[in-house]
Each structure stands twice: as structure tokens, then as C-alpha cells.
Design a protein around this ligand. Structure first.
Ligand code: SF4
Length: 252
């Protein structure tokens, strides 16, 4: 899977994006330190911050063309999604609050089935596997839309037909054109949230969403365990990210 360089003509220089991430980590780290509730609050604040930054960017640096993403289009909801622990805990809490027990049990079965076929796949192999996200609601909507991960918020395509072509046969193709400024800003906030975890002495390694959500749904104490620095999400850590970052599988 290849993508075009994302930063084009924009006022957001790499240094400014690093400053966004640094600012987020400073603001969010004390929340993460408070415990699982604080970590979920940090995830909520990061989502709000990304949304505000992207809204501002859409005004100051309008997209080259209309954004094609619309409710009911879920063609990209088969990509490998990475999320950090506070985001995963927030999604699991949302599902516990909003779904009746029977629906939650059915969802957990779908999450388990998707996890069995996707865990450990590279980004490219995941794209080729064509496994829909188990959080899709059956009508092309995201069942956790208010608490969806920052990665899912970051992708805004310019061309729905190109998305359909890409996801139909991704091998060797460039990813579809997208609003790069929004992507970069959301990714900077995500980096800040991850760093906030590390700065608070907790594991902020990006996790495979489906694998981590399975753990969080199967183990209601996952948040407490993560906060106690127990390796509850260790098996869901994204090997690709760790390899690229030079982090060992056993390291925090
Ligand atoms: S979490 Fe929601 S937006 Fe993200 S891939 Fe799954 S269904 Fe799509």
C-alpha cells in the first residue's frame, strides 16, 4: 500500500505539527495519570481538539475540491486501524453504555471473528484481506461514531469512485487523494495522546483496534490493569509500528 506525500502547500510545517503533538501530550498526560477514567477523558479531549483543528484548517486552508466522505460510505472501513489504549477503553465503555447485553455479546462474536483473521497482518495484507470493521452498523455507518478513533477521523477522501477502485484491488495502487492537512493534524494529535500515555508512565504504543477492543470487551478490568502498568494490551500492539519505531516487543 503506497500513499502520496501528505504535506503539500500548507502553513502547517513539520515543526508546527510536532509542536501540536507536544502541546497535546503536556495537556493530556496529567489526565492519563489519574486512572482509566482520566485516560478516557484524555481521549475525548484529543478527539475534540483534532476536530477543532481540522475545522479551523478547513476554513483557513480549504480543500482543493469537495470532500467525498458521506454517511453510509464505509468502503475504507476495512483498513487496519490503530488506536491507543485510552481510545480503545473509551470505545469499550461506550459500547457497554449503549448496547443491551445481547447486542454486546453478538458484537463481541463479530470482533472475535474479525480478530482471528486480521491480527498481526501488515497494513498491505490487511487491505487485501477485505475484512469489514466489526463496528459497522449494517447500514454503512459507524456504530461508535461519537467515540471513533482519531485514525478514522483523519481520513477524508476527495474521490469516492477512486476509493472504491482502490479498496477493490489495493495492491500496487496509490491511496486515494485526500485532505492532507486534516490528516496530518489528526495524526499529530494522536501522536500527542500516545506520548501523553508514555509521559504518564503508561503504554502508549499504537494497538490494532480490533485486537485491542476484543481484549477490552472480554476483560472489563482492562483499564485498571493498563493503568497498573500490567501488559494487558501487549498482544494487540501493532508490530509494524513497533518495527518502524525500533521498539522491542517486550518494551513499554
Ligand atoms: S471504527 Fe467506525 S469509522 Fe473506524 S473503521 Fe470501524 S466502522 Fe469505520
Amino acid at each position: 500500500m503506497r500513499s502520496l506525500p501528505l504535506v503539500g502547500r500548507t502553513k502547517w510545517t513539520p515543526e508546527m505539527l510536532v509542536a501540536v503533538a507536544e502541546g497535546e501530550s503536556r495537556a493530556l498526560s496529567p489526565l492519563v495519570q489519574r486512572g482509566p477514567e482520566g485516560a478516557m477523558e484524555a481521549a475525548a479531549m484529543a478527539s475534540a481538539r483534532a476536530e477543532a483543528l481540522v475545522t479551523g484548517a478547513l476554513e483557513s486552508e480549504p480543500p482543493e475540491t469537495d470532500i467525498a466522505c458521506a454517511k453510509g460510505c464505509s468502503v475504507c472501513c476495512q483498513a487496519k486501524v490503530l488506536a491507543v489504549a485510552p481510545e480503545v477503553l473509551r470505545i469499550a465503555a461506550y459500547l457497554r453504555e449503549t448496547l443491551p447485553e445481547e447486542a454486546r455479546a453478538a458484537l463481541l462474536e463479530r470482533v472475535r471473528a474479525a480478530d482471528e483473521t486480521t491480527r498481526g497482518l501488515s497494513r498491505a495484507d490487511r487491505a487485501e484481506a477485505h475484512v469489514p470493521c466489526p463496528l459497522l452498523d449494517g447500514e454503512g455507518g459507524c456504530s461508535v461514531h461519537p467515540v471513533r478513533p482519531l485514525v478514522c477521523r483523519s481520513w477524508t477522501s476527495y474521490d469516492a469512485a477512486e476509493c472504491a477502485r482502490y479498496w477493490g484491488a489495493p495492491a500496487g495502487r496509490l491511496t486515494p487523494p485526500q485532505y492532507a492537512v486534516g490528516y496530518e493534524l489528526s495524526q499529530a494529535v494522536l501522536a500527542g495522546l500516545g506520548k501523553a500515555c508514555f509521559d504518564a508512565g503508561r503504554d502508549g504504543t499504537p494497538l490494532e483496534l480490533i485486537a485491542a477492543l476484543r481484549i477490552a470487551l472480554e476483560r472489563p478490568t482492562a483499564g485498571e490493569r493498563w493503568h497498573k502498568r500490567l501488559p494487558v494490551f501487549q498482544t494487540a500492539r501493532d508490530a509494524e509500528w513497533m518495527e518502524a519505531s525500533g521498539v522491542s516487543r517486550r518494551g513499554a
